[in-house]
Ligand binder design. Structure first.
Ligand code: MLT
Length: 240
């Protein structure tokens, strides 16, 4: 049981002190977390999450040009001059195998970066739902869930995924003294557990992605337990 687990609604809704020495699960269902899982599952060597393009260029300068790919989006669209955008379908084995990816996204990688003082930083998503819940249930650290959200605001799909993780950890009842963030996420999941995909399709970011032609990304990112691996941040790089 993880009675005290709190859920933060966006990547800027917590202080770095609030994650210090804790195990953090960062969620960005649409789409950074799902792309990270896909890339590592398809053989990427590691992923360096960065907050901005300047940091991405700086990282790239320290690497052999054949060994890395610059990846990421701005407002959902691939950044000019980058090798890949942020659709999980771009992270195929033939493209990413043995490469180091430098990834910059609007919210997800910023949230990950802000957790660097935590004891452990794990990536959670619908794609690895049961695996991430199992991993933290065996971890004695205090735990927090960070929903990346969208530009300092809440995203429905991230809160729903946080609720799904809590549901797997706490079973059918959330403790009465659980933090409010956890209660909200848990209740959201209880309401929509049987209709995850249709609920996520009605979210604001799903609408944005549909307008950009990424409708199939939404279906993919809502597949439960398709990729049972745990990306973890080690020395600034996400690896499995
Ligand atoms: C983000 O970090 O906000 C996203 O992953 C945006 C996206 O590419 O869908």
């Amino acid at each position: 049981m993880k009675e005290k687990t709190d859920v933060y609604i966006s990547g800027s809704s917590f202080t770095e002190d609030e994650v210090k020495n804790k195990t953090v699960i960062v969620i960005d269902v649409l789409r950074a977390g799902s792309s990270i899982l896909t890339a590592l599952n398809n053989g990427a060597k590691g992923i360096i999450p960065v907050s901005d393009m300047a940091e991405a260029s700086e990282m790239a300068q320290n690497l052999d040009s054949a060994s890395y790919l610059l990846c990421g989006e701005k407002n959902g669209i691939k950044i000019d001059g980058y090798h890949l955008g942020n659709s999980p379908f771009e992270y195929e084995e033939k493209t990413v195998k043995a490469k180091t990816l430098i990834l910059k996204t609007t919210n997800g990688t910023k949230a990950i970066d802000r957790c660097s003082g935590a004891e452990r930083v794990l990536i959670g998503s619908f794609l690895n739902l049961s695996k991430v819940a199992e991993e933290v249930s065996n971890d004695d650290n205090e735990m927090v869930i960070i929903c990346s959200g969208w530009r300092q605001r809440l995203s429905l799909e991230d809160m729903l995924c946080a609720g799904a993780i809590l549901h797997r950890l706490n079973g059918k009842k959330i403790p009465a003294d659980a933090p409010d963030g956890a209660k909200v996420a848990y209740s959201l999941y209880e309401k929509y557990a049987s209709s995850i995909l249709s609920t996520v399709r009605r979210s604001n970011h799903a609408a944005r992605l549909v307008s950009l032609g990424f409708e199939k990304d939404i279906d993919y990112c809502c597949e439960i337990d398709r990729i049972p691996i745990i990306p973890e941040l080690k020395d600034g790089m996400l690896k499995i």
